[in-house]
Write a protein that binds this ligand. Structure first.
Ligand code: ZN
Length: 458
């Protein structure tokens, strides 16, 4: 690929020489020379051993091309032009992965018929400047300043031509997740997630796993190796007014991605997340969050008044309650698209990626539910609980036990029916919706929890 042009022109010269070489000498020369090299072709002396054509024996046969010897020196008039090369295709799949405070890694797919790629960069309002030319489809820019935004342009080329179009990508060396006000909305979260995915594309993936009743997407944002054999699931904001959890977890995601190649609370994410991928459903109830933020601040249910954390097919699912802000279980388990999406992902992870446990985030009272009555799940449930309790300093929640008149809870469903360990962390020191000033505090208290649990369960 790299020396395509050179090979073509050398080949053409040799072919031209061979055209003038009498066939009769091929057999004897072939015994002495196995290959023709570029160097030899430049030092050939005129051949004086040619026999007249009529001495050729009927049995003489031409040898394969690679045993042929060049004959007469080529005349200047006969020099052949290099073959025209095809135009390289434009670069596709260009993406960035931030690898440190001042480093960004760019990567793209190989273009057909390209031998190298020219990398340009510009800042807002500036001109493109060439940074480098590379034969491989990747480049690390080790000189990005924090707070700045850069646009990169990659042009595929070969010795004759450039691709018609350049690929471009913009990279901002700024925080993607900035919680500027108490109402961290669904659309802000979606935008922040997309930016994280673009900025750290080699470490995370954002997948739509369902659509709410009112048409909002429910996402699985996964960090770590997609081929990891194990997984951990974090489910947040089944209850609408508890959207502080979505804000805190978005900050956590950026924090993990920023420090992917470093250390977080004693854990090296690059090692841990290579073995266990962490899936986050950051906002399981986007319609309800919107209701809480715009019309009815203490709303817990989804857009049509079903309490999603009563809607799972747990042992104790009971159809009951009244449609409204909270407590209505729905007519039947998983009647709601939001709970259905959460249950489906949970089951898929059990089937495909050896799910090790589920961490639930709710918001009220700084307590942790970590009780467990099932013998086979006790060890890992308590392990998760102990890690969370030690890091956050939260209190133990009263045992939820079983046999409650209200059921259908997701944690109960995961443990009783799906047989996986699960804990529920309730953040925030007051009744949700929590005030803005608590967001940073709760993030600081919780930021090591998930990665340490992942590390302990892997
Ligand atoms: Zn809740």
């Amino acid at each position: 690929m790299k020396c395509l042009w050179k090979k073509v022109i050398c080949g053409a010269l040799v072919a031209g020489m061979l055209a003038q070489c009498p066939q009769s000498i091929y057999a004897e020369d072939a015994a002495n020379t196995a290959t023709v090299t570029d160097t030899e072709s430049n030092h050939v002396t005129p051949d004086t051993t040619q026999q007249p054509d009529d001495t050729k024996q009927p049995g003489d046969t031409q040898q394969p091309d690679d045993t042929q010897q060049p004959g007469d020196i080529q005349q200047p008039d006969d020099i052949q032009q290099p073959e025209e090369l095809p135009q390289p295709s434009a670069v596709e799949g260009l993406h960035t992965t931030k690898q440190g405070k001042t480093k960004v890694y760019l990567e793209w797919e190989e273009s057909s018929d390209a031998t190298s790629y020219v990398i340009y960069r510009k800042t807002a309002g500036g001109e493109y400047k060439k940074l480098a030319e590379r034969s491989k489809p990747s480049y690390t820019d080790k000189n990005v300043s924090s707070g700045k935004t850069y646009t990169y342009k990659i042009v595929a080329k070969n010795e004759q031509k450039e691709a018609d179009e350049a690929a471009k990508v913009t990279f901002s060396n700024t925080k993607a997740v900035q919680i500027r006000s108490q109402k961290y909305t669904y659309s802000q979260m979606k935008k922040d997630m997309q930016e994280l995915e673009q900025k750290y594309s080699n470490y995370c993936e954002m997948t739509k796993i369902g659509t709410s009743l009112q048409g909002r997407a429910i996402y699985d944002f996964a960090i770590g190796n997609p081929d990891a054999e194990e997984s951990l699931l974090v489910v947040s904001t089944l209850h609408a007014r508890e959207y502080i959890c979505s804000a805190v977890l978005m900050k956590e995601l950026e924090y993990y991605l920023e420090n992917y190649n470093g250390t977080i609370g004693g854990v090296k994410p690059a090692n841990t997340l290579n073995k266990i991928q962490i899936h986050y459903i950051v906002m399981a109830n986007p319609d309800g969050v919107t209701v809480s933020q715009t019309r009815h601040s203490t709303w817990k249910s989804n857009g049509r008044g079903v309490d999603l954390n009563r809607n799972f097919p747990a042992k104790h699912f009971v159809s009951g309650g009244k449609k409204g802000a909270q407590g209505y279980s729905g007519k039947k388990a998983l009647s709601e698209p939001e709970s259905y999406a959460v249950a489906t992902l949970t089951q898929q992870l059990i089937k495909k990626q050896n799910l090790q446990g589920v961490v639930n985030y709710h918001a009220m009272g700084r307590i942790i539910y970590g009780d467990c009555t099932k013998g086979s799940l006790k060890k890992d449930t308590y392990k998760m609980y102990d890690i969370a309790k030690k890091i956050t300093g939260y209190s133990k929640a009263p045992d939820s036990g079983s046999g409650r008149s209200w059921g259908g809870q997701y944690r109960e469903y995961v443990m009783d029916l799906l047989n996986k360990p699960s804990i529920t962390i309730e953040i925030g020191s007051s009744v949700a919706p929590c005030p803005h000033w608590q967001y940073e505090i709760e993030f600081q208290k919780n930021r090591y929890v998930v990665v340490r649990i992942a590390n302990a369960l892997k």
